[in-house]
Design a protein around this ligand. Structure first.
Ligand code: NAD
Length: 248
């Protein structure tokens, strides 16, 4: 494939690569995305409600459902796949400036990427945070309480509402984290966007920011994205095949 060869050339010549990943990189690890053909929201549009802060805080029934979903999430058993390992290769080669991910599953760190390189713009499902007092605890310890019968466990310190330490819709991003992501985009020579519909903002702004800074933009996904117009190369296909082919 000519486009792939050309993009591979850019990647091989680059010294400051930013990789931006979305839920599509983890579907081959058994974690469904939201908006892909088999996405959680594509199949059940009502599920979007549980990811909206205002509804989560206001509705105890929705929270009970959310805790059950967390308890039974495939993410706890998931292992990194070939696509995650391809990204690791860029770091091992010393050419990865930053790995900006919208994912909350920590599979990049599990694959071996240095946590200091991973910028989790939407947080992590492996921790909880109290909405009132900000106390942070490992998710697995709170899930033990759910397993033991608490269907909507409150904060042990202040009794406030607990949620996963992720960014829900309607919730502000952590300024230093999104700033670090956008600043890396400003400094890269190649930006690889993989497995994202590129429709969640401001995270998806890494693409136009990198483009404005003069970087080559390579978009890999299973279907067209909202930002293909910015791309120097669009590579369609399964990430477990296309990312290793790109990152070699
Ligand atoms: P999205 O669901 O909007 O888009 C995922 C894209 O990946 C789709 O276009 C889909 O066609 C594509 N895709 C799916 N599997 C693929 C594969 N094997 N190969 C190639 N392409 C594939 O996801 P998004 O853009 O990341 O935005 C959604 C939000 O969902 C993010 O904020 C993220 O936090 C959250 N989310 C995270 C996880 C996770 O951590 N694994 C899972 C679901 C949702």
């Amino acid at each position: 494939m000519e486009v792939l060869q050309q993009a591979r050339g850019w990647v091989e010549a680059a010294s400051r690569i930013v990789v931006f990943t979305g839920a599509g990189i983890s579907t081959d690890s058994g974690i469904p995305d939201f908006r892909g053909p088999n996405g959680l929201w594509t199949k059940n549009p009502a599920a979007e409600k549980a990811s909206t802060l205002q509804h989560y805080l206001a509705d105890p029934e929705l929270r009970k459902l959310a805790w059950q979903n967390r308890l039974h999430s495939p993410a706890w058993e998931a292992q990194p796949n070939e696509a995650h390992r391809a990204v690791l290769k860029l770091e091992t080669a010393g050419r990865l400036l930053a790995l900006v991910t919208q994912n909350i599953d920590e599979l990049h760190q599990k694959a071996g990427n240095d946590p200091a390189k991973v910028i989790e713009v939407h947080g992590t499902m492996h921790w909880t945070r109290c909405w009132e007092c900000n106390d942070r605890r490992p998710m697995l310890s709170v899930l033990e309480r759910v397993r033991a019968g608490e269907d909507d466990p409150p904060c042990e310190l202040c009794g406030g509402v607990l949620k996963s330490d992720t960014i829900s819709f309607g919730q502000a991003l952590v300024p230093e984290v999104i700033d670090a992501a956008l600043s890396a985009a400003d400094r890269c020579d190649v930006l690889i966007a993989a497995g994202s519909s590129l429709s969640v903002f401001p995270a998806a702004n890494v693409v136009p920011r990198a483009k404005n800074a003069g970087a080559k933009i390579v978009i890999l996904n299973g279907e067209p994205t909202k930002m293909d117009r910015f791309a120097d190369a669009v590579i369609l296909g399964r990430l477990a095949e296309t990312l290793p082919a790109l990152c070699g």
